[in-house]
Design a protein around this ligand. Sequence first.
Ligand SMILES: Nc1ncnc2c1ncn2[C@@H]1O[C@H](COP(=O)(O)OP(=O)(O)O)[C@@H](O)[C@H]1O
Ligand SMILES: N[C@@H](CCOP(=O)(O)O)C(=O)O
Length: 306
Amino acid sequence: MNEIKIFSPATVANVSCGFDVLGFCLDTIGDEMIIRKTDKKGIYISKIEGHDLPFEVEKNVAGVSALALYEDAQPNFGFEIEIYKKIKPGSGVGSSSASAAGSVFAINELLGKPYNKTQLTYFAMKGEALASGSEHADNIAPALFGGFTLVKSVTPIEVLQIPTPSNLYVTVIHPQIEIKTSEARAILPKEVELKKAITQWANVGSLVHALHTNDYQLIKRSLEDVIVEPHRSKLIPFFNDVKLAANTYALGTGISGSGPSIFALSEGIENAKKVEQAIRNVYSKTDIAFETYVSKINVQGMKILS
Ligand SMILES: Nc1ncnc2c1ncn2[C@@H]1O[C@H](COP(=O)(O)OP(=O)(O)O)[C@@H](O)[C@H]1O
Ligand SMILES: N[C@@H](CCOP(=O)(O)O)C(=O)O
């Protein structure tokens, strides 16, 4: 195989209580990428469509992660990357990690799969660090493994896959403003009050248990973030109004990744669609442009298109 076309999915990181550790993968929302072998050694980005992003390999997360893998594999040929960017950068649904994970997934396929998903997570994280200023894998892991994931550790990388309840759907609203992950990280406190930490780790534990046991009511009681959301929600216009409106039908609502996107999890597609309407009603009364999506949880992750 000399060329591969892939769908590289959008992802929701943090899932309210699990800052930097929890994430899940979206269906249908994602980028496409074509990667082909070249006689010339090295990594090249030959085409970017959809958004204005750097072609220099060292400045594009897809290039940085591809280089990390390439330097390890040392093949006697090179790779050319085409990015068809559908996920707006700075949207909070893992735009950078779709590129960082997509390039290493595709190159691994073209090399005959010498690396496992944990090793690919490591290479992809090198690219993600360029965008966010820190090595975190909570978008990369669900993009590569699919479904819900928990990143137990980044050094060394350890990713746990968590089962996805079959009737769980997500609604996403993306206000058309950009919040850079690096900036949304910079406003966070360096220390956490013990009382809040106790609430937060109880929520992470109970959310993981609820996903394992299909306990939708426990999911509802666990989708709470007492540490990060109070700071970041100030950057998102009408966040509290959206949360209040969505929670009429949703199990819970929170900031997707570092924002500005907001996600809500619902039991059943009908509730997810009602959530979509409720949040559209909130934003329609403002002058902020927005997009909404309803999606299944994508348990496969990356998809090979051709
Ligand atoms: N291939 C790429 N896809 C998306 N963003 C990229 C890419 N390469 C570099 N970047 C940079 O990464 C930043 C966006 O990443 P980030 O703030 O983490 O957004 P998101 O939350 O959508 O992932 C932007 O500054 C963008 O220019
Ligand atoms: N855990 C990170 C996740 C950033 O996600 P993104 O989709 O905004 O890149 C964080 O919250 O900073």
